[in-house]
Design a protein around this ligand. Structure first.
Ligand code: PEP
Ligand code: CO
Length: 470
């Protein structure tokens, strides 16, 4: 029997139906802190643990950056992409920097992703899911814990969420306050993105809103504008048939993603929400498991296997078919549609040998996963003076091979993952403008991996669009 409420009110008398929206329950032996019992790679060591605890308490009280509704909407779109009905465009900086949390930098990132997605919609004849590496991509895995210069050894720079890049002991010491700064910067970024979109920034009727200033100088300006004009004509045609505007064309979805690396930070924003079962990481829609932390038995896999968000896994050359199957079983035990994305990043020389056995293995399990190609991270090289770069031709070659391999094996490459920026930087070699090693000196701004600049990114989208048929 249900006891009457002690202070009956008109609404309290009518029992509110318990609406439990679908979301998988986490495994019985999982909790948001169970990762702490496993070996944790790539975590900073904070000298001041009291301050750290204080910051984490504060972070866990602050409101979420995204909602479970948005997360579930993305999951269902990813399920469509896995079935070949949509295409995922995921891109942004290797690492966001707090300094770049400016209106221009954010708007330019939105613009380049919008332009690329428009080209892809036109070429691929599929709806595109736009996911930024933004609003939280502040922590980086490093191959060495420390960096030595001359006589001095200091902790490596691990991203603005953890420490600062100047080479002094004070800057390199992990600072818990940066976790709050990161949360706030992510909040500011996402707030600006949402306002722009709600205000009509992404309206397909007005592609001029998101023309980047330097588009007119681009060697691709003509092809880009031709595709935009074709879309505008189709839209006008459709709207004159309907006699009204197509409202879905006035706004688009943008989702956020980042590498789930700093587990204390992720845990602090892992919550239950009303009316849904399960736990959500509400700091981002789409966390991914980086290659360096995708270890069976490790803390990152442990953390991720319990949350309800869609998950992506970076798959590099060291992943065997057996490991991939175990990872898939742990992260998506119920074969939930849209749950699992596999982002392969082998490098143009290795993809031909490494990818086919993985596709075959996954196929044998009967799983439908979303396959995505990251043609950036396997193609990094170091040139004179230790400068890291990537060659446009290598990036393109890995992508073309990826399309060809999936096609040959009857699979579907459902998305691409790029490191790019809407700025006019010179970090990658090649592209239509033929950037050379010399040019890298001119505008190399990345603190970590080299990004495609605006023109190179647009060119990549145009080439993919042609490859996909249009
Ligand atoms: C990244 O995406 O910035 C990254 C470090 O990738 P990966 O884990 O694939 O090396
Ligand atoms: Co990177």
């Amino acid at each position: 029997m249900i006891a009457p409420p002690s202070h009956p009110s008109p609404t309290a008398r009518i029992p509110f139906p318990e609406v439990k929206l679908p979301a998988m329950q986490p495994p019985a032996d999982w909790s948001p802190t169970s990762w702490r019992t496993k070996p944790a790679l790539q975590q900073p060591t904070y000298p001041n643990s009291e301050r750290l605890e204080e910051v984490l308490r504060e972070l866990s009280r602050l409101p979420p950056l995204v909602t479970s509704w948005e997360i579930e909407r993305l999951k269902s779109q990813l399920a469509e992409a896995a079935r070949g009905e949509r295409f995922l465009l995921q891109g942004g900086d290797c690492a966001e920097s707090f300094d770049d949390c400016t209106s221009d930098s954010i708007a330019n990132k939105l613009k380049i992703l919008l332009q690329m997605s428009l080209v892809l919609v036109h070429g691929a004849r599929r709806r595109v899911i736009r996911v930024g590496r933004f609003a939280g991509q502040y922590a980086k895995p490093r191959s060495e814990d420390t960096e030595t210069r001359g006589e001095m050894t200091l902790p490596s720079y691990r991203g603005d969420l953890i420490n600062r890049s100047p080479y002094t002991a004070a800057d390199r010491t992990p600072d818990p306050a940066l976790l709050l700064r990161g949360y706030e910067r992510a909040g500011l970024t996402i707030n600006f993105i949402r306002s722009l979109i709600e205000g009509g920034f992404a309206d397909l009727h007005h592609p001029e809103y998101w023309d980047l200033a330097w588009v007119k100088h681009s060697p691709h300006a003509e092809e880009y504008h031709r595709r935009v004009a074709a879309i505008r004509d189709s839209l006008h045609f459709l709207e004159s048939l309907r006699g009204q505007q197509v409202p879905e064309m006035s706004r688009v979805d943008y989702f956020t993603s980042h590498e789930a690396l700093h587990l204390l930070y992720e845990q602090a924003q892992t919550r239950r929400v009303p009316h849904r079962s399960g736990w959500y990481n509400l700091s981002t829609h789409f966390p991914w498991l980086g290659m360096r932390t995708a270890k069976l038995g490790g803390s990152h896999v442990e953390y991720l296997r319990g949350i309800a968000n869609p998950l992506a896994v970076k798959v590099g050359p060291a992943v065997t078919p057996e490991t991939l199957l175990t990872l898939a079983d742990l992260l998506d035990p119920h074969h939930e549609p849209g749950k699992l994305t596999l982002i392969h990043r082998f490098g143009q020389q290795k993809i031909a040998a490494s990818l086919p056995p993985l596709i075959e293995t996954v196929r044998r399990t009967g799983r439908t996963v979303l396959w995505v190609c990251d043609p950036m991270h396997g193609n990094t090289e170091t040139v004179a003076n230790g400068v890291k770069t990537r060659r446009f031709d290598h990036i393109l070659s890995e992508l073309e091979q990826a399309f060809e391999i999936h096609e040959r094996l009857g699979s579907y490459l459902g998305g691409v993952h790029f490191e790019l920026t809407g700025e006019d930087v010179t970090e990658c070699i090649g592209g239509a403008r033929g950037l050379t090693e010399e040019d890298l000196r001119r505008a190399y701004r990345s603190q970590v991996d080299p990004r495609l600049n605006y023109e190179q990114a647009l060119e990549m989208a145009l080439l993919i669009a042609r490859r996909m048929g249009g």
